[in-house]
Design a protein around this ligand. Structure first.
Ligand SMILES: NC(=O)C1=CN([C@@H]2O[C@H](COP(=O)(O)OP(=O)(O)OC[C@H]3O[C@@H](n4cnc5c(N)ncnc54)[C@H](OP(=O)(O)O)[C@@H]3O)[C@@H](O)[C@H]2O)[C@@H](O)CC1
Ligand SMILES: Nc1ncnc2c1ncn2[C@@H]1O[C@H](COP(=O)(O)OP(=O)(O)O)[C@@H](O)[C@H]1O
Length: 450
C-alpha cells in the first residue's frame, strides 16, 4: 500500500469493465483477494484513526461492503472498537465508507444518502474503500449528484479513471493504492501522467537549435493573453519567440515587459510552431485558414477554438492537417461548443468527450479542468492528476498554450500527443500551491521545474 500522489511515474488506469476482468482472472489463482483488501483497509484505518472512539464501518450490500466486513474483523482482532452499521456511533475515531464501490449502477438510494450525510456530520475522518460511495469509477461523476466526500481513499487492485478526473479529486481526498499483489494482465484503458524531463540542451547548442514559436492573438484589450503565452514559450526554452498581435501599431514593442519577445508574422516564419487564439477575439477567424494550411505544428486555444466551432470551413481545414500536428486545448465550455453539446454533457464523461472531439477534428485534444484529459487517435488517453484550484484564474490556460508551443519548438520530431502529455503535467505540477497563483508567477514556477 502506498500514498499515490504526486506520482513519480506514469501509471495504468483501468475502467470498470477492465477491472472486473482483471479481478475475475485473479480470483482463479488468488481466491483470498477480499481478505487482502480488508486487511489493507484495516491497516490504513489504524494509521488514520483519530482518538479512542469506535471505528464506524458502513457496509453496503456487495463486495465493497465485504471488504468493510473483513476490515471490521481485523480491527476487532487488534482490539479496536468497531461499529458496523448505517448509523453513526457516538464520537467515532474514523469512518470507513464501504457502501458502494465498482458496482454502483444507479443514483444512491435515500438510505445511502442518509449515511453519506451522517458521515459528513460525524466529525471523524472518512476513509473510502476503493472509491468514495456514489462516485462513478469510469467518469468521476457523482451518480445523481450524490457521493461521499472522503478524506482518504484506498484504491484496491486497480486505479480507476474516475478517481482523477471530473469530480473525482474533490471526493477522494488523499489517494492510497494497494494492488493486492496482482499485476494487471491486460492493456490499460487510460494512463495517469507522470513527470517528463525538460528537453535537454546540448553544450554546443545555440538559439537556432531550440526552434521558433509564433504566438498569434491578442485583440485590442486582450493582448495580455497572447503575451502570457509568448512569455511561457520563452520560459520553456524556445530559441526565438515572436508575437503577432492583432491590430498593434507597427512601431510598438511586442511586450515592453519582456524585451526578448519579437514581432513576427506568418509570412516571415513558415516553420514556427503556431500558438493561436489567446485573447484573439472573433478576428482570428480571418487568419486561421492560412495558419491552418501553412504552419507545420499548431496549438489552438481559446478564440481559435471558438472560431473553429462556428466555421465549418475551418473544421475542414483542421481535419485536412496531417495527424499528430495539432493540439487543441479547450476548457469544458469550448469543448461543448466544438461538439455541439452542453457543458454538463461534456463534464459527465470527460474521457469520452475528449476522444470524440479528437476524432471529430483530427487533433490531439487537451480537455482542461480538474483532471485534464489528453486524447488523440491511436494513442491511449491520458489523465493529468497534477494541478489544483490555484490554477483556476485568468491566464493560466494561456500559459499552458505557450508552454506547449515552447516544448514543441524544441522537439520538432515529437507528435502532438507526446507534447501535450509532457506540457500538461508540467503545468499542473507548477500549479500545485496553496491559494491562487497569478499566471505570471505560474510561468516562473514552470521555468524553475527540472
Ligand atoms: N471480489 C473480490 O474479491 C474483490 C472485491 N473488491 C471490492 O469489491 C467491490 C465491487 O464489489 P461489487 O461488484 O459487489 O459491487 P459493490 O460496489 O459492492 O456494489 C454492488 C451492490 O450495491 C448495490 N447498488 C449499486 N448501486 C446502488 C445504489 N446506487 N444504491 C444502493 N445500492 C446500490 C447493488 O445492488 P443491485 O444492483 O444488485 O440491486 C449491489 O448489491 C470493489 O469496489 C472493491 O471494493 C476489491 O477489493 C477486489 C477484491
Ligand atoms: N481546479 C483545477 N484543478 C486543476 N487544474 C485546473 C483547475 N482549474 C483550472 N485548472 C487548469 O488551469 C487552466 C485554465 O485554463 P483556461 O480555463 O483556459 O483559463 P484562461 O482562459 O483564463 O487562461 C487549465 O490548464 C486547467 O486545466
Amino acid at each position: 500500500m502506498r500514498l499515490l500522489l504526486p506520482t513519480t511515474a506514469t501509471l495504468p488506469l483501468f475502467d470498470v469493465a477492465a477491472s472486473r476482468r482483471i479481478e475475475a482472472r485473479a480470483l482463479t489463482h488468488s481466491p483470498d483477494l477480499m481478505a487482502r483488501a480488508g486487511l489493507a483497509v484495516a491497516k490504513l484505518a489504524l494509521a488514520l484513526r483519530r482518538g479512542d472512539g469506535p471505528v464506524w464501518i458502513a457496509c453496503g450490500p456487495g463486495n465493497n461492503g465485504g471488504d468493510g466486513q473483513v476490515a471490521a474483523q481485523r480491527l476487532t482482532e487488534a482490539a479496536v472498537p468497531v461499529h458496523v452499521g448505517h448509523d453513526a456511533p457516538h464520537r467515532p475515531s474514523l469512518v470507513i465508507d464501504a457502501l458502494l464501490g465498482l458496482g454502483l449502477n444507479r443514483a444512491p438510494s435515500t438510505e445511502m444518502q442518509l449515511s453519506f450525510a451522517a458521515m459528513a456530520a460525524c466529525g471523524a475522518p472518512v476513509l473510502a474503500v476503493d472509491l468514495p460511495s456514489g462516485l462513478l469509477a469510469d467518469t468521476g461523476q457523482a451518480a445523481g449528484g450524490h457521493a461521499v466526500r472522503a478524506d482518504h481513499t484506498l484504491a484496491l487492485l486497480t486505479l480507476k479513471p474516475g478517481l482523477f478526473t471530473g469530480e473525482g479529486r474533490a471526493h477522494c481526498g488523499r489517494l492510497w493504492f494497494d494492488d493486492l499483489g496482482i499485476a494487471p494482465d491486460e492493456a490499460p484503458s487510460a494512463e495517469l501522467l507522470g513527470p517528463t524531463p525538460r528537453p535537454a540542451r546540448r553544450a554546443t547548442s545555440h538559439k537556432g537549435s531550440h526552434g521558433q514559436v509564433l504566438v498569434v492573438g491578442g485583440a485590442p484589450g486582450m493582448q495580455g493573453a497572447a503575451r502570457l503565452a509568448a512569455r511561457a514559450a520563452l520560459a520553456c526554452g524556445a530559441g526565438r519567440v515572436y508575437v503577432d498581435l492583432l491590430d498593434l501599431p507597427a512601431d510598438e514593442l511586442a511586450d515592453a515587459g519582456r524585451p526578448e519577445l519579437m514581432r513576427g508574422t506568418l509570412g516571415e516564419l513558415p516553420q514556427a510552431v503556431g500558438v493561436v487564439g489567446c485573447g484573439a477575439g472573433a478576428a482570428i477567424a480571418d487568419q486561421l485558414p492560412a495558419l491552418l494550411q501553412q504552419l507545420p505544428r499548431l496549438v489552438l486555444d481559446a478564440d481559435a477554438l471558438n472560431a473553429v466551432a462556428t466555421h465549418p470551413r475551418l473544421q475542414d481545414l483542421l481535419r485536412a492537417r496531417p495527424a499528430g500536428t495539432t493540439v487543441l486545448t479547450p476548457h469544458p465550455l469550448e469543448a461543448a461548443r466544438l461538439l455541439g453539446r452542453d457543458t454538463g454533457a461534456v463534464q459527465a464523461d470527460r474521457l469520452t468527450a475528449a476522444r470524440d472531439l479528437s476524432a471529430h477534428l483530427n487533433g490531439c485534444v487537451v480537455l482542461k479542468g480538474s483532471g485534464s484529459v489528453i486524447a488523440s487517435a491511436g494513442a491511449r488517453p491520458a489523465i493529468c492528476a497534477s494541478g489544483g484550484p490555484a490554477l483556476a484564474t485568468a491566464g493560466s490556460g494561456d500559459v499552458l498554450a505557450g508552454w506547449l508551443g515552447g516544448l514543441w519548438a524544441q522537439q520538432p520530431d515529437a507528435d502532438a500527443h507526446t507534447i501535450a502529455c509532457a506540457g500538461v503535467d508540467a503545468h499542473g505540477r507548477a500549479g500545485e500551491v496553496d491559494g491562487v497563483l497569478r499566471a505570471g508567477d505560474l510561468i516562473e514556477r514552470l521555468a524553475a521545474l527540472r
